[in-house]
Design a binder for this molecule. Structure first.
Ligand code: G4P
Length: 523
């Protein structure tokens, strides 16, 4: 039997606004690590080799990636796991769940666009989780914003203090390379022929840099000293605590900065650590096997109705075929079919170590937030769900498809595509769907039709705020004018309000009511 690959792991996700270059960067990272021989195998845009990311028509039309997958590659003496995230703020709840499976995140910013309002929500989710964030300013080969302005907006709008590891030599659009602030050397950008996978970098010491680029080097030096005077130097402890973010300048399209990013991930990003359980005990990476499900997905392959539960290994060694315990039910769960999924590629996983992502096939019993384990029982805390801000009733247009409708809604609920709310008043036939972003409704509509052949009708409701209600106050709250109380599938009672003013007025008039804001709202 093969030995498990014990090399240290780095598990991270890239968070970015659509078009900031996430696919390009993913591809460049993979190419640099020499796992993918042919450019374009990672994403399905522009008629290149297709991947899971084009499994849904809607995604194709919008060119955004809704599905998640994990890419694993070896780099140096490490194994790197890159977990994909959706690229749209409407799916920030999904991103939040993915972030529970990684040890660090890379925040990718388009140098010309800076922090776009859409992106901000995703980035704030990232900062909110408190995981270490590395910032990459991309497309530096093109004209862009002033780097100090970019840093300033990151600090002001996200609340992370930027500590650049590199500083541009030459301005965006006339990019000569970067000053490595830790070594004081010059990483010169050398244009290489298109399609080259090699990092177009040449390393010069400060003296050679000053000779090669006298003016631009002096300017970069000045910038570097200014940053140091301002205390914007990397500090490992503040980075790990999620207070500061190291910054790199890159051009993913020309592979510049890619080797630096991999180097920083290996050197500074944290390895998988202990995982805290519900009872606050800690499972160490070398303890018995345990993992938690952060994503459930079905309908990826229209030919086979399958259902995959993605789990992050928290401790121990996973071996395909092992029988583990499903913590929620206490029942045994066989892991005969375990896969690594990236793009359309699926390979059997024989073994996995802490930090790795496994896809469990036909895992109909597994839900997002569930724990599976071997050895002594352990249960990890559930992943908080977001405060929904959009609400609509959903009903089937063809009553003959009622059974399929019910099944579809139940599955999309379990996958976390949408939250489902019910009440006696509204009945079973028209439950209320609650979303963080309206695009989630489009996903429901299109998947109900494509996968369950049960076209649905949505009717938007005039609510925009939900508050958690104490079961003892349920009737009292429900009797208030303009408020509706519904139950979410996880049992939580939610009171829905049209707007903040209505909520505030009710709170003022009924100070004894306990209307709690939901955790992890996007604020
Ligand atoms: P996404 O996954 O974040 O949505 O972005 P993607 O990588 O698809 O990149 C969006 C566009 O930005 C692509 O151009 C891509 O080539 C370009 N791009 C990415 N990184 C860089 C960079 O470092 N410099 C420059 N100049 N451009 C970059 P496109 O024309 O929309 O698509 P394509 O035809 O090149 O695929």
């Amino acid at each position: 039997m093969d030995e498990p690959d014990l090399r240290p792991r780095r598990t991270f996700a890239v968070i970015s606004h659509p078009d900031a270059g996430k696919s390009t960067l993913t591809e460049a990272l993979a190419l640099h690590a020499a796992v993918i021989a042919e450019a374009g195998a990672v994403h399905g845009k522009g008629g290149r080799k297709g991947t899971v990311s084009d499994w849904m028509e809607m995604e194709k039309a919008r060119g955004i990636s809704i599905t998640s997958a994990a890419l694993q590659f070896a780099y140096g003496d490490h194994v790197v796991n890159l977990v994909d995230t959706p690229g749209h703020a409407d799916f920030s709840e999904d991103t939040y769940r993915v972030l529970s499976a990684v040890d660090s995140a890379v925040m990718l910013v388009d140098a010309a666009k800076g922090l776009e309002p859409q992106t901000l929500k995703l980035f704030q989710v990232c900062a909110h989780r408190g995981i270490p964030v590395i910032t990459v300013i991309n497309k530096w080969d093109r004209p862009g914003l002033d780097p100090l302005e970019l840093l300033d907006s990151i600090e002001k709008q996200i609340g992370l203090r930027p500590t650049p590891l590199t500083w541009p030599v030459g301005v965006a659009g006339d990019f000569r390379g970067v000053l490595d602030r830790r070594t004081g050397g010059f990483v010169r950008y050398t244009r290489t022929a298109g399609g080259s996978t090699r990092a177009p970098e040449e390393h010069l010491d400060a003296e050679a840099a000053a000779a090669a680029e006298p003016e631009r080097w002096a300017e970069a030096q000045e910038g570097h000293e200014l940053l140091s005077a301002d205390g914007a130097d990397h500090d490992q402890e503040s980075f790990l605590a999620g207070r500061t973010t190291p910054v790199l300048f890159a051009s993913a399209l020309s592979n510049f900065g890619v080797a630096q990013l991999l180097g920083v991930l290996l050197e500074l990003a944290p390895p998988p650590g202990p995982t805290t359980a519900v009872d606050e005990s800690e499972r160490q990476p070398d303890d018995d096997f345990s993992a938690f499900v952060f994503k459930v997905q079905s309908g990826m392959d229209t030919a086979h109705r399958d259902r995959l539960a993605y789990a992050r290994v928290c401790s121990g060694t996973f071996e395909r075929g092992m029988v583990v315990t499903h913590a929620t039910t206490g029942r045994p769960f066989t892991t005969k079919y375990a896969q690594a999924v990236f793009g359309r590629e699926r390979t059997s996983v024989e073994r996995a170590r802490p930090g790795d992502i496994i896809g469990l096939v036909n895992a109909s019993a597994l839900r997002v937030g569930d724990t599976i384990h071997a050895g002594p029982p352990v249960r990890y805390p559930p992943i908080a769900s977001f405060a929904p801000e959009h609400f609509a009733t959903v009903s089937v247009t063809d009553t003959g498809r009622w059974k399929q409708f019910r099944k579809g809604i139940e599955q999309l609920d379990q996958e976390g595509v949408i939250q489902v709310l019910r009440s006696e008043l509204r009945g079973e036939h028209a439950p209320v769907l609650a979303a963080v972003g309206p695009m989630q409704f489009e996903v429901v509509t299109s998947r109900m039709e494509a996968e369950y052949r049960a076209p649905v009708r949505l009717e938007h409701l005039d609510y925009s705020i939900a508050r958690r209600v104490d079961p003892e106050q349920r009737d009292e709250v429900a009797a208030l004018r303009g408020v509706e109380v519904m139950q979410r599938t996880d049992g939580v009672l939610l009171a829905l309000f049209s707007d903040r003013w209505r909520l505030e007025a009710i709170e003022r008039m009924n100070p004894h009511l306990d209307l709690q804001a939901l955790v992890a709202g996007r604020g």
